[in-house]
Design a protein around this ligand. Sequence first.
Ligand code: NAD
Length: 354
Amino acid sequence: MTILVSGGAGFIGGNFVLDWLDQFDETVINLDKLTYAGNLGTLKELSGDHRHVFVHGDIGDRELVTDLLATYRPRAVINFAAESHVDRSIHGPGEFIQTNVVGAFNLLEAVRGYWVGLPGDEKQAFRFLHVSTDEVYGTLSKDDAPFTELNRYEPNSPYSASKAASDHLVRAWHHTYGLPVLTTNCSNNYGPYHFPEKLIPLVILNALAGKSLPIYGDGQQVRDWLYVRDHCSAIRRVLQSGKVGETYNVGGWNEKPNLDVVHTICSILDELRPKADGSRYKEQIAFVKDRPGHDRRYAIDARKLERELGWKPEETFETGIRKTIEWYLANQDWVGNVTSGAYREWVGKQYEVQ
Ligand code: NAD
């Protein structure tokens, strides 16, 4: 048996591939364009493992995807590939439209062509799982109930708008052509192999490097956090037992203001890696100009996935964040490889200190 994963050299896709091959003896075809966010170092432990086939390419290359599907005949395609960073989408939305919308369209078309030609039982068993975000639902105020699958799509950033567009394409390819699709909308992930432009790895690494810890605005933006391996288990569950055509929200019931997240990281670092001069990591916090159009609160109601498919996260925020910090402390070589000059230049341009 074989599955095809796109974006499997990125943060969540990489964790998913490692997790999958830990549990199943099934070949994974990993199609990734290796943008700045793709890193084969994440998959180093798979070198020599014949069950992992890496293909350097673009989901928007219909011919390539068609060839891969015909050659490897996967029973499922799981689409992680995307431009994923909200800040980058504000500075340059074009790539987001190209990959998240046009790329997703080309991928769907290649998959549809393959699926139509499958023999009866393989056709019936085939699944296309699209990995998406809670950001498509827009923003919540303090007293609103968490997002359910019935919330309206109200995306506010170029990133979330491009993801919303791809979710709609996936939905339409099911309703119009019958493609057996599943969509997951997940909250903020954190964990090992996270590219350090995102809040949690950025704060861990800046803290250790003695740099400032940038907090947007007042730091009271609320996010729901899920440990990445719990997201991987949710995707596996949906792939295995999800109802075709349905969407499933995935979340950890861990709503936290960004400032609290940063304080938690600082106090765990104070304990695990105390500073020689006795100062505290939280003294490095610097409030910076807020992101334009910054959504105030996201919160996910994951009860459908829990009730219908029996999924539950294993980690609480407290256990997951500790594991994550320990992983970054123990894997400085991975960090060194991803924090290239290009990365430093980008991060340096991002934050205006208030
Ligand atoms: P990431 O940016 O870390 O990784 C994306 C991967 O996709 C990279 O390896 C990149 O090289 C690859 N890629 C980009 N464009 C491509 C293209 N055109 N063709 C092939 N590969 C391409 O992203 P992530 O955080 O791992 O997110 C994975 C998916 O999960 C995305 O679709 C994202 O929208 C969704 N998601 C992310 C989060 C989160 O908190 N990170 C939460 C919910 C949903």
